[in-house]
Design a protein around this ligand. Structure first.
Ligand code: ADP
Ligand code: MG
Length: 322
């Protein structure tokens, strides 16, 4: 394994057992995460982003199930593995997960400092006094540019944006190497989004953290990420640097996503993507994108496209192989 790869996702497939059948939410995903990068994962709602985050964190509880594949962190297999091992050695300390709508996970009856105390007492395997603990938390909060007064507040006394920033502070209190943040800016106003994105940049530059940012909004991601992985219907269809993806999208789905971003001063009608995302209970055969693709060819309808590497980019499309 190349030394700058911190996490390797090897052909992971998983989904949900439901009364109506199996929902194939993540299919054959292969992705390397590089040490110290901010990687964006973009794609429409329902394409499997949150499921992929749960799987790579190893938080796999029914009805979610892992079908195949594995996740390696620093050369060691962490998924599939025993949850006790993940709890003891990985979660919070090495990899943190900020789930979607994390601003709502706080216990309304507890102050913010209590949440930090609980986390540190559970995961820090040494005894610290209450005042030492407060010192650690205050330093971290101030380092991240948050006012230390938030610590004595109850969750409902803070704005949604401030709660999200606190959720990020909580997730990083034990200095994990990787932070997985699922839709951290959705439902927030543009100014607050900027503050949150800046916070991730800061964690990357000052603490050398590797950050995975998940969003349905590729435009928002483009402000901070180094690379983007584009997901469609449970699959990664393209991976590339932010510059390459925006200047020259290879996959037809990426192209449509970029075209759908409104441009300043542009009056013409925004070309979006027609049609609906597929039902993952019964995904289309061949390329999962073919029913909506403007370049569709015969073989796209029944043969799964291979994933090809073009320079340092990856694309899963028949246009780029024969
Ligand atoms: P995203 O985060 O990109 O919006 P998700 O990972 O939440 O997508 O969902 C991917 C697919 O899995 C969707 O079809 C969704 O309906 C389905 N799904 C998500 N959670 C469950 C669940 N608990 N049970 C059944 N299906 C689910
Ligand atoms: Mg989601």
């Amino acid at each position: 394994m190349s030394s700058n790869i911190i996490m390797k996702i090897n052909n992971v497939s998983g989904g949900y057992d439901t009364p109506r059948g199996f929902v194939s939410a993540v299919n054959n995903v292969k992705l390397d995460i590089l040490q110290g990068e901010i990687l964006g994962i973009a794609g429409e709602s329902g394409c499997g982003k949150s499921t992929l985050m749960k799987i790579i964190y190893g938080y796999i509880k029914p009805p979610l199930k892992l079908i195949s594949g594995e996740v390696l962190f620093e050369d060691k297999i962490i998924v599939p593995s025993d949850e006790k091992f993940l709890e003891r050695d990985i979660w919070w300390k090495k990899i943190s997960w900020i789930p979607q709508a994390a601003q709502n996970i706080f216990n309304p009856l507890k102050r913010i400092i209590d949440h930090f105390e609980e986390t540190l007492n559970t995961h820090l395997h040494k005894r610290v006094t209450k005042s030492e603990l407060r010192e650690i938390v205050e330093k971290h909060i101030i380092d991240l540019g948050l006012p230390k007064e938030v610590l004595d507040s109850y969750p409902h006394q803070l704005s949604g944006g401030m709660r999200q920033r606190v959720a990020i502070a909580l997730a990083t209190i034990l200095r994990p190497k990787i932070v997985l943040a699922d839709e951290p800016t959705s439902a927030l106003d543009v100014m607050t989004q900027k503050v949150i994105l800046h916070l991730f940049k800061k964690l990357q530059s000052t603490q050398n953290m590797t950050i995975v940012l998940v969003s349905h909004d590729i435009h928002m991601l483009s402000v901070v990420v180094d690379r983007i992985a584009v997901m469609y219907a449970g699959e990664i269809v393209e991976v590339g640097s932010i510059k390459d993806i925006f200047e020259n999208p290879l996959h037809p789905y990426t192209e449509a996503l970029i075209e759908s971003i409104p441009k300043i001063g542009e009056k013409k009608f925004i070309k979006g993507l027609g049609g609906q995302p597929p039902n993952l209970l019964n995904p289309p055969p061949g390329c999962r994108f073919h029913p909506r693709c403007r370049y569709v060819m015969e073989k796209c309808k029944n043969q799964e496209p291979p994933t090809v590497k073009i320079d340092d980019r990856i694309v899963k499309c028949w246009k780029y192989s024969s």
